[in-house]
Design a protein around this ligand. Structure first.
Ligand code: S3P
Length: 449
């Protein structure tokens, strides 16, 4: 698939300051549309992330029979079809760049007796789907896929799905969620065992929508989730909090641009999402969280970041699930930290929208930041100043683009990215928000890629 590339350049131009809000959390936005589609009645969503990834999920839910309507800025209404009520779509479902949308929807359709075809962009078509398809096959779904279980692929659900017991072999909230969502329409109890805890939005929302879900810990300390299938979900009113993975770019930028003082309001503080904040504090960041409150079962607060003298730390592998999307931008903070920052347990980074371990390392090389990389680790040697001046290949990866633009706001020479178009998949208004804080990021429209 081709798209118009958007080369972008960020340059240093003085301190960043101000109060802003970032768009709604991507994980919760996808799930709000999906749970709305499976409920009986009308779910009301405020603060939905209106980015390409989430809009793809919205149109997929429409194709599966739900009524999905935008009623105002970030305000959406979903009239669901009920668990078991999804209709066979009369077109292929195009998920663009969205791994979460595609994988969770695979779970949804796998326990319905319908045939659904999934396609995506070049990045999504390279990503492994076997991790989700394997348990869905155990539940009775038939899959027709390219070798290696890549998109495009077609799933045909059985008349009656089998509830299974599944131990998630990789720390992935998407895999856990796909099995739970399939389990919603399987008779009996679907059990998911999670040896390493990952973001728990699916569980929280299942409970919020009235599903019978029991969460315990076994003797080995693993999380065990038991979901009773074929229940009725009740529509909800949801307010989506700001995405901490988006706030991360403003926060790291404030820490590395001298003189900065930035407040990001209304940020989701789910403990499975705040590993970056823990790490930055260990690095000596002046990061404070104010006005902590709870809405819809999730904790949120306002995060204030001021320019700080950072020092290198070791980020333990156990922390990876709570900051998996934040390593690219943490690497930019590490470039300005005194000494070495070691990031361990990064294997999952290699199967994101790009191989992020390789993409970050290449971008650091292009901008004169000394580092070393192994199969699942990265070591960055920081300094008071960073040369910059490089052009980074983003490989259709929004977080690679945004991270290196953040670097450019603090480096000696400007930093360019070959294509910032993927930023629209998760963070509409990224450059405008930086402009409000005083940051200079330019875009020029390029050729079709
Ligand atoms: C997500 C889970 C994570 C994360 C992704 C969103 C989710 O992926 O990287 O951005 O909403 O469940 P994995 O499940 O592959 O770790």
């Amino acid at each position: 698939m081709s798209h118009a590339t958007k080369p972008m350049t960020a340059r240093s131009g003085g301190a960043l300051s101000g109060r802003i809000r970032v768009p709604g959390d991507k994980s919760i936005s996808h799930r709000s549309l999906m749970f709305g589609a499976l409920s009986v009645g009308e779910t009301q969503i405020e603060g939905l992330l209106e980015a390409e990834d989430v809009l793809s999920t919205g149109s997929a839910m429409r194709a599966l029979g739900a009524r999905v309507e935008r009623v105002g800025e970030g305000a959406w209404r979903v009239e669901g079809v009920g668990v078991g009520g999804l209709c066979e779509p009369d077109r292929v479902l195009d998920f663009g760049n969205a791994g979460t949308g595609a994988r969770l929807t695979m779970g949804l359709v796998a326990s319905h007796a319908i045939t659904t075809t999934f396609i995506g962009d070049a990045s999504l078509s390279r990503r492994p789907m076997g991790r989700v398809l394997e348990p869905l096959r155990e539940m009775g779904a038939e899959v027709l896929a390219r070798s290696g279980d890549r998109l495009p692929l077609t799933i045909r659900g059985p008349q009656t799905a089998l509830p299974i017991t599944y131990r998630v072999p990789v720390p992935s909230a998407q895999v856990k969620s796909a099995v739970l969502l399939a389990g919603l329409n399987a008779p009996g109890i679907t059990t998911v065992i999670e040896p390493i805890a990952t973001r728990d939005h699916t569980e929280r929302m299942l409970l919020g929508f009235g599903a019978e879900l029991e969460i315990t810990q076994n003797e080995a300390g693993e999380r065990v989730m038991r979901l009773k299938g074929q229940c009725e979900l009740k529509p909800q009113a949801i307010t989506v909090p700001g995405d901490p993975s988006s706030a991360a770019f403003m926060i790291v930028a404030a820490l590395i641009v001298p003189g900065s003082d930035v407040m990001v309001e209304n940020v989701l503080l789910n403990p499975h999402r705040t590993g970056l904040f823990t790490t930055l504090r260990e690095m000596g960041a002046d990061l404070t969280i104010e006005n902590v409150r709870e809405t819809g079962g999730e904790k949120l607060g306002d995060v204030r970041a001021r320019h700080s003298k950072l020092k290198g730390v070791t980020v333990p592998a156990e922390r990876a699930p709570s900051m998996i999307d934040e390593y690219p931008v943490l690497s930019m903070a590490a470039a300005f930290a005194e000494g070495e920052t070691r990031m361990l347990g990064l294997h999952e980074l290699t199967v994101k929208e790009s191989d992020r371990l390789a993409a970050v390392a290449d971008g650091l090389t292009a901008n004169g930041v000394p580092h070393e990389k192994g199969p699942d680790w990265l070591l960055v040697r920081g300094a008071e100043s960073v040369a910059g001046g490089g052009t980074v290949t983003t490989h259709l990866d929004h977080r690679i683009a945004m991270s290196f633009l953040v670097l450019g706001l603090a480096s000696n020479k400007p930093v360019s990215v070959d294509d910032g178009a993927p930023i629209a998949t998760s963070f509409p208004g990224f450059t405008e928000l930086f402009a409000r804080l005083g940051g200079s990021i330019e875009t020029r429209t390029g050729a079709a890629a």
